[in-house]
Ligand binder design. Structure first.
Ligand code: NAD
Length: 283
């Protein structure tokens, strides 16, 4: 392997030190309320990590567990109550929501200044305008990893594979806002068979698809910064979307999976809670 590893834990550690100090200087201890509707093993793992991170930093963490049969209206009313509650700094709605509940409506019901995940339309709009306050956590985490390389981003060629609302789209805006020439690829790019040529141009490559081994190591441009957001279970192992060993022979920097983006995502959530808490102290 010739690439340097971009380890999320190391960067997260540094950011958390700064957050701890910011939290101590706040008038009121920040409080994050997590809303889980029904059972979901993946959400439960994330919730455990949220609680651990919050408690280590001095953020109060409260879990609201709701029955999967709750109506959309009742969920929206509950969010309204949390919006009004001055002791609550941030709210996170664990996705996916049960069938029959429109997640867009639910996200839209959050007070934008309490939207810990940055998925309210106002917060997404601010990302587009280059005026982000609270920004989607995984997209922020990918930017932190890219910036940690110290490489000048201006004018670089980036390719983002995956165009989800939560990762690919906001990340492509964050890159554009830094004057990175950004191409976004998705399922139709893959079906047309032109992924290798797009990937081959990328000086910065970020992949968020959820298909193990989709991106072949031989496609990677030598010297690229490579960020793999994918999480796939293969047998008893967790792997990303990129063939790691082969890609690491060509890239200059690469994230391991696990241990790359994952540990930083929850740190970005905590940063959002601190930002949310400050926004409420201003309002
Ligand atoms: P999603 O399922 O909402 O979207 C998948 C994207 O991949 C779409 O844009 C789709 O068009 C594209 N795609 C599918 N097949 C393709 C192909 N053959 N070629 C090119 N593009 C293709 O994805 P998501 O919610 O952004 O999640 C993507 C992956 O990232 C998943 O593995 C998820 O678990 C992981 N993830 C990780 C974190 C983290 O913190 N590490 C956070 C969020 C998501």
């Amino acid at each position: 392997m010739s690439a340097q590893l971009l380890e999320g834990k190391v960067i997260a550690g540094k950011i958390k030190e700064g957050l701890k100090q910011e939290i101590q200087s706040l008038k009121q201890k920040p409080k994050l309320v997590s809303v889980q509707v029904g059972e979901n093993p993946a959400s439960s793992v994330y919730i455990k990590s949220q609680r651990k991170n919050a408690e280590n930093l001095g953020v109060e963490y409260m879990l609201e567990t709701l029955d999967a049969g709750i109506t959309q209206q009742a969920l929206i009313e509950l969010i309204g109550g949390l919006n009004e509650d001055a002791s609550v700094s941030g709210i996170i709605i664990q996705l996916p929501l049960p069938k029959g509940i429109d997640h867009r409506l639910v996200m839209g019901a959050l007070a934008p200044e309490k939207d810990a995940e940055g998925m309210h339309p106002e917060n997404l709009g601010r990302v587009l305008l280059g005026e982000a306050r609270i920004c989607p956590c995984t997209a922020q985490a990918a930017m932190e990893l890219i910036e940690s390389t110290g490489i000048k981003l201006y004018g670089k060629e980036a390719v983002v594979v995956g165009h989800s609302e939560i990762v690919g789209k906001p990340l492509s805006m964050l890159l554009l806002n830094r004057f990175v020439t950004t191409t976004v690829c998705h399922i139709a790019t893959g079906e047309r068979g032109v992924l290798p040529e797009h990937v081959g141009r990328a000086e910065i490559l970020v992949v968020a698809v959820g298909k193990a081994g989709l991106i072949k190591g031989e496609w990677i441009k030598p010297g690229a910064i490579v960020v793999d957001i994918g999480i796939n279970r293969v047998g008893d192992q967790i792997v990303g979307d990129i063939e790691f060993e082969q890609a690491a022979q060509r890239a200059a920097f690469i994230t391991p999976v696990p241990g790359g983006v994952g540990p930083l995502t929850v740190t970005m959530l905590m940063r959002n809670v601190v930002t949310a808490s400050k926004l409420q102290q201003i309002n």
